[in-house]
Design a protein around this ligand. Structure first.
Ligand code: NAI
Ligand code: MG
Length: 334
């Protein structure tokens, strides 16, 4: 089988780390057909939009996409965040963030959490307005039964598929009685279809504390959009931070994998960007297309580099982006 992958390099260090990840994919005994599409501020300057229709069509047409990062300058007329728009337009309703210990001093030990964030509704639907001549700002938080059910079902399915026995449903239903209340009620229903998996509830503020105090207690966390955004950024700092944090945005008919970091404009063109986050995003992509064995090989090779100090300066090493990429390829084991 030939897998069709669309590369979305974007701005800043995006193209550099996506090229690294593509090099690693090419070193595997798999057949890929790569396409490339425009996204971000460069696309805006060239084409007048940060997210051309052709890019959306290209992502829909293939097996999975690998996205770098975009620069989002504030206050530019006609510019919008292409990442948020892409998630909405393609209905990429699942955001996945694996939080796993790495063999590196920046990481705590014994952590293996999958954070499953609802990515299509909640507080991020962009329904905001000013009232009373700018004296009052209002935003709408939309939680639907359908939106809750599909993300909760996905979370329990991912738990089962990944051998995880416990799912933490994180909410604030004691205060947000309607919105979080609905999410919680649907969770209790969905959990009944997964008697082999234990469902636990936790309030979001407690979860924020527990992630710092005893992160090893969590196997999978599923939560609504804003809570998931914050908790996943918090959690990634337990296990190495931005240089290695990867995520996936998955819908019914499209999937986009990306490093969590941004375009790091000051690092662009210096050859010093850490490629590991993008490479680990490629490993997530492999897992998504059903190549779990190759995904594990890539992750193990990246971890071997971290353990050996064969890493870029942000992780205490001396390698360039390209050298660090070659080190991962060199460490691929059968
Ligand atoms: P950033 O993630 O680009 O950088 C934060 C810090 O981490 C900087 O010190 C940077 O040098 C460092 N860093 C990030 N990635 C690195 C890597 N691979 N290797 C080594 N060091 C790395 O976030 P920042 O500075 O807040 O934003 C820069 C631009 O990126 C902005 O225009 C922002 O809007 C955009 N951004 C885009 C995202 C995306 O495309 N998903 C996510 C976050 C920010
Ligand atoms: Mg974030």
């Amino acid at each position: 089988k030939t897998y069709r992958i669309c590369l979305l390099p974007g701005d800043g260090i995006g193209p550099e780390v996506v090229a690294s990840a593509a090099e690693v994919l090419c070193a595997l005994p798999l057949a890929f057909e790569f396409s490339q599409a425009e996204i971000g501020f460069g696309a805006f300057q060239k084409l007048g939009t940060p997210l051309p229709q052709e890019t959306l069509d290209a992502i829909r047409a293939i097996d999975a996409a690998l996205f770098g990062a975009v620069t989002t300058p504030p206050n530019i007329e006609g510019y919008f965040s292409p990442v948020v728009r892409m998630r909405q337009t393609l209905d990429l309703y699942t955001n996945l963030r694996p939080i796993k210990s790495i063999p590196h001093p920046s990481s705590r030990e014994g952590i293996d959490i999958l954070i499953v964030r609802e990515n299509s509704e909640g507080l991020y639907i962009g329904s905001e307005r000013m009232e009373e001549n700018g004296e009052r700002a209002v935003t709408e938080r939309i939680i639907t039964r359908r939106g809750s059910e599909r993300i909760l079902r996905k979370a329990f399915e991912l738990a089962r598929a990944g051998g995880r026995q416990k799912v933490h449903v994180v909410h604030k239903a004691n205060v947000l009685r309607q919105t979080c209340g609905l999410f919680r009620a649907v969770a209790l229903e969905v959990a009944r279809d997964f008697p082999d998996i234990e469902m636990k509830e936790m309030l979001v503020d407690t979860c924020a504390m527990e992630l710092v105090r005893a992160p090893q207690q969590f196997e999978l966390i599923v939560t609504t959009n804003l809570f998931g955004d914050i908790l996943s950024d918090e959690a990634c700092m337990l296990v190495g931070g931005l240089g290695v944090a990867a995520s996936g945005n998955i819908g019914a008919d499209a999937a986009v994998f990306e490093p969590v970091h941004g375009s790091a404009p000051t690092l662009a063109s210096t050859g010093q960007a850490n490629p590991l986050a993008a490479i680990l995003a490629a490993a997530m992509l492999l897992e998504h297309i059903g190549e779990a064995v190759q995904a594990q090989r890539v992750r193990a090779a990246a971890e071997a580099c971290m353990a050996a100090g064969e890493v870029t300066a942000d992780m205490g090493g001396t390698l360039s982006t390209e050298e660090a990429t070659q080190a991962v390829i060199h460490n691929l084991k059968d």
